[in-house]
Design a protein around this ligand. Structure first.
Ligand code: GDP
Ligand code: MG
Length: 297
């Protein structure tokens, strides 16, 4: 008996800011994962989305937008991380908007061209077209660039054309064992970064008063209308430490929460409600099981 062949690879979602990369990722996975917004550049770091369908496993990489305004350090960082990904992926899906191919698209195209991955041009937001044949010039232009293996019109928001895209992506994946369990849809880096921000604020405020291995575990993380609701547990080892962290009348914890919330809002590009709880778990730093449950593998 031979083992069933598995196919697995990385798929980069690239495109200028606001074309709908994060929206596409969320809708391909059928789950809200990436932060999306009308404001460009909400995605500040790479986010993995894992889509497993039978023998096929596509690992999507939602990249910060590639653009040519490299004046600020954060922008430089984002452009670097987006372009460095392109050398390592098996498939590139370059998103463009339905109506025009802009100079910013051209900048992205130059990076895409240099890659040896399979390349798809994905024309997004076709739900905004009044007439279907308005797409023809865009398709013709993308084909004439002599870069893309396929041109696929979609509406990420309305789930149009996504099955066709998934099929094309699957057929471009190399034979390779799956890298994630079938039920895992992300590397959860957003939660991780949020917990790190809270931890950083704790460290800065308390210094050596509490041990450096305070654990912060995100218990809830959900995007509501206009606001992201986050609940986090702060684990300490002794009741005395809990009293220190909370402070008289809860003042200290409140200050930590406020500072962390401002940073998290910057990171996510959204309003955030942050709820912090301090819990005592004696000996958690020496306890394998507890460490694992808290995400320290
Ligand atoms: P990114 O910067 O490329 O990640 O873009 P986002 O995914 O954050 O989307 C930017 C904006 O475009 C958001 O307001 C989305 O709701 C909107 N958008 C994304 N895809 C579509 C689509 O297929 N149709 C329409 N009408 N809007 C879309
Ligand atoms: Mg995005």
């Amino acid at each position: 008996m031979s083992e069933a062949i598995e196919y697995c690879g990385y798929v980069a979602l690239v495109g200028r800011p606001n074309v709908g990369k994060s929206t596409l990722l969320n809708h391909m996975l059928g789950q809200k994962l990436a932060i999306t917004s009308r404001k460009p550049q909400t995605t500040r770091h790479l986010l993995l989305g894992v889509d497993t369908d039978g023998p096929y496993q596509a690992i999507y990489v939602d990249t910060p937008g590639i653009h040519d305004h490299t004046d600020r350090e954060m922008n430089r960082y984002m452009v670097r991380s987006a372009t460095s990904v392109l050398g390592d992926v098996d498939v590139i899906a370059m998103l463009v908007d339905r109506d025009q191919f802009t100079e910013a698209d051209d900048v992205v195209l130059q990076h895409v061209r240099a890659s040896s991955a399979r390349k798809f041009a994905v024309i997004n937001k076709i739900d905004l077209l009044k007439q279907k044949n308005a797409l023809l010039p865009a398709i013709a232009h993308l084909q004439s660039l002599d870069c893309f293996d396929q041109v696929l019109p979609v509406s990420a928001l309305r789930d149009t054309g996504l099955d066709a895209l998934r099929k094309e992506v699957s057929s471009a994946l190399p034979p390779h064992p799956h890298m994630f369990p079938a039920d895992q849809i992300t590397d959860q880096s957003e939660r991780f970064l949020v917990s790190e921000i809270v931890r950083e604020k704790l460290m800065r405020r308390y210094g050596d008063e509490i041990p450096h291995r305070t654990a912060v575990v995100i218990e809830a993380f959900s995007d509501e209308e206009g606001i992201t609701d986050i609940a986090a547990d702060i684990y300490v080892e002794r009741a005395g430490q809990k009293r220190i962290v909370i402070g008289r009348g809860g003042e200290k914890l409140k200050a930590v929460g406020q500072e962390a919330r401002l940073d998290i809002e910057k990171l996510l590009g959204r309003k955030v409600m942050l709820r912090l709880w301090v819990k005592v778990k004696p000996g958690w730093t020496n306890n394998q099981g507890a460490l694992k449950r808290m995400g320290y593998d």
